[in-house]
Design a protein around this ligand. Sequence first.
Ligand SMILES: Cc1cc2nc3c(=O)[nH]c(=O)nc-3n(C[C@H](O)[C@H](O)[C@H](O)COP(=O)(O)O)c2cc1C
Length: 256
Amino acid sequence: MILYFSGTGNSLSAARFLARETGDTAVHVVDLTAHCGTCRGIQDKVIGFVFPVYFGDLPDPVREFAEYTRFAPSTYFYAVATCGSTPGNALYNLQEILERKRCHLSYGRAVPMIANSTATWKKGVTYDLSRLETARKKLVSIATAVRARTVNTDEVKRSLTGSLMAMQLVRHMGKRRFAISVDIEACTGCGICERLCPMHNITIKNGKARAGDQCVSCMACAHWCPSGGILVHGHAISREDQYHHPDIEVKDLFLR
Ligand SMILES: Cc1cc2nc3c(=O)[nH]c(=O)nc-3n(C[C@H](O)[C@H](O)[C@H](O)COP(=O)(O)O)c2cc1C
């Protein structure tokens, strides 16, 4: 089973590719959490984690899923961290969680794709989509390694930037920088954000979106909003600056 988390489709596209190439199934961790309830145990012989890097770390839902799910120690675990540039401590932290459960991350790779965070602080972003071709090549080699049950943790390591970003103050500032809110004038109440939000943090009330306090900063709502109704740190991301992986459609990210 391939467990993925994704806001703008990079990780979903990677998970789907790996599922196809390895004959596996890709499942959203949030969908699985919703359907498994509390009796969570996965006994698959091969488990892959595919997720975006947030602040040099795992997304909270992936960390919580790994922490609270029972796995078989004999499972072959691998992880793919999609990122803008560097995985920070994300792969290392997943390895630590698994080790505490007497499981082992056998293989881990970072796959730089497109940074979906750039548009939250910069206008007129030029996305270099040729990076996705480089990413695809790396995914081909990852699929080959997974099929061969390769053990290689060369990229599973701690980094200075990852450790700096893990500091409470830096994390707090980062979260504030990515805080979302709703522009009531611009919101049309279309409900896309409500269906997308992996935390069920956005609801439509009286024809307008309302954001709660459970945001994990995936930026799905801001990048997919068709009307500029979602603000990040008080600013909407313009249509030109919105990003999503070209192979992924918004409905692919709707929660079940
Ligand atoms: C809140 C936030 C924090 C991020 N932090 C990092 C980071 O520390 N390092 C990095 O290389 N990319 C970072 N990124 C970029 C994403 O990891 C990258 O765009 C990822 O591929 C997005 O995956 P998705 O399309 O599946 O959501 C961050 C993005 C967001 C929204």
